[in-house]
Ligand binder design. Structure first.
Ligand code: EPZ
Length: 422
């Protein structure tokens, strides 16, 4: 198992280029199963979730050609539909997209219950509600989800709560259904728009993605024969914006879409740092300790839960007392115990955490409790005085491409070493 060794006390300075969005890529790859043809996707982040998904698709009969580490051609003309490798699908959350795409393509699917970061219960009742509304029979038994339908017929579906995964999954299951499907109270994240744009490029007819009402007119076939580029990762961009704030740095974050980060930009300005959007780049710089702030995570366009831990590092060293409320996941404050080992003063209270800002953090051995917590602890290690060792990198490698190289290029003293086997 690898670990990261970070020698702190660095101000990050320079330019960092953002990769394609993980949460778009892990939906686009299973979405290729809807295509009876060949397509190419570029700007794919080179992360372990993508590699696992490609292996699953090969098990299903897809022919996968890596043109380079960020571009893949998918030939999904001949696929089987019910022998997804159950052990692999339980490794990560996004495997649930296999149900929507296999149901849409073959009217049947059998997928292992999804795994993913330990953020508390991760139900899929809204996904099942959508599939059943379209006419599918869905059974959850012995750690598997089995879905089948004689026909999938478009209908109106009102989501009980805003769900990224369920919105995308219902879109996948309905693009080849008979008639029109309307998803109301839909999630509006940029990666949902990306999946709709991808499917439309391949021959689907989806309107309204990015609003809370998405209309899908079923079509006979997705032709493929096109190339699609994954949207820049709004969460990776936000991670580096917050790294600039925490380290009193000066960063230009390139190849991103600034308007996807409007909520974070507003908060960073409120905390006393400077932000300027310049085309497909965002410039963030400050020489001051951040001011305190109160945060509540919300579905897009509110403050993203996936930037909550990274913001937590800024609040931990802010001037004053801040309160952060996590409205999406039950247990996304596990990282605060790790930050407290580094000298932070954070108290968890139910869905909230209270951050008493401290002047400085000091290096300590800490572990990544989930993907975004891992990124947050890298930032904390760069801020802290002394040396930090970060373990459990498997979480980070799932969602960030070459993260230590990107941080090293902007001044961090960070090395990945193999952890001695005790
Ligand atoms: C996606 O998870 C992301 N993962 C998560 O990112 C992200 O935190 C989340 O959306 C919110 O933005 C991927 O895209 C692979 P939800 P998802 O369905 O789709 C409840 C990261 O760090 N809910 O929007 O699983 C659920 O419990 C990861 O990149 C139900 O109750 O999230 C949660 O409280 C972590 N029933 C809320 O809705 C359902 O059927 C939002 O979940 C579905 C969800």
């Amino acid at each position: 198992m690898d670990k990261l060794i970070i020698k702190g006390g660095t101000r990050l300075k320079g330019e960092v280029t953002i990769s394609g969005a993980k949460n778009a890529a892990v939906a686009l790859i299973p979405a290729t199963l809807l295509i009876n043809g060949i397509c190419t996707i570029t700007n794919i982040p080179n992360i372990s979730d993508v590699k696992i998904f490609c292996k699953i698709l090969e098990e299903l009969g897809a022919i996968i050609t890596w043109n380079n580490e960020n571009e893949i051609t998918f030939d999904t003309r001949n696929i089987s539909c019910t022998n997804t490798p159950l052990d692999m699908t339980s490794k990560f959350r996004a495997s649930y997209y296999l149900i929507g795409s296999l149901l849409g393509r073959c009217k049947e699917a059998m997928v292992g219950l999804p795994g993913g970061c330990n953020l508390g219960p991760r139900p899929i009742d809204q996904h099942i509600k959508g599939f059943e509304a379209l006419g599918a029979k869905v059974e959850v038994t012995q750690g598997k989800i089995i879905a089948s339908a004689k026909n999938l017929v478009g209908t109106s579906i009102y989501m009980d709560m805003v769900s990224v995964g369920a919105t995308i999954n219902i879109m996948l299951a309905s693009v080849l259904a008979k008639g029109t499907t309307i998803i109301e109270n839909a999630a509006k994240e940029p990666h949902i728009v990306d999946v709709a744009n991808f499917l439309n490029t391949m021959g689907a007819d989806i309107r309204g993605a990015g609003t809370d009402v998405i209309k899908i007119n079923g079509v006979k076939k997705l032709h493929g024969n096109a190339t699609y580029s994954v949207v820049p990762d709004q969460i990776e961009a936000g991670t580096f914006m917050l790294a600039a704030v925490a380290t009193k740095g000066d960063l230009v974050i390139k190849s991103c879409i600034p308007e996807h980060l409007d909520c974070l930009t507003a908060k960073i300005l409120e905390m006393g740092a400077n932000v300027e959007a310049e085309g497909d780049s965002i410039h963030v710089w400050t020489t001051k300790r951040p001011n305190k702030a109160n945060i509540k995570t919300q579905p897009y366009p509110g403050f993203p839960t996936d930037l909550q831990p990274q913001m937590g590092v800024c609040l931990a060293i802010a001037n004053g007392t801040s309160i952060m409320k996590e409205e999406i996941w039950e247990s996304r404050f596990q990282y605060t115990a790790e930050l407290n080992k580094m000298g932070a003063n954070i108290t968890n209270q139910g869905k909230s955490a209270i951050f008493e800002g401290v002047k400085e953090l000091y290096g300590a051995p800490v572990e990544a409790t989930d993907l975004r917590a891992g990124a947050a602890l890298i930032i904390a290690g760069i801020v802290a005085k002394g040396e930090t060792t970060l373990t459990n990198l498997v979480h980070i490698d799932r969602g960030y491409e070459n993260i230590e190289e990107k941080f090293r290029k902007i001044g961090a003293n960070i090395q990945r070493v193999a952890e001695e086997i005790e």
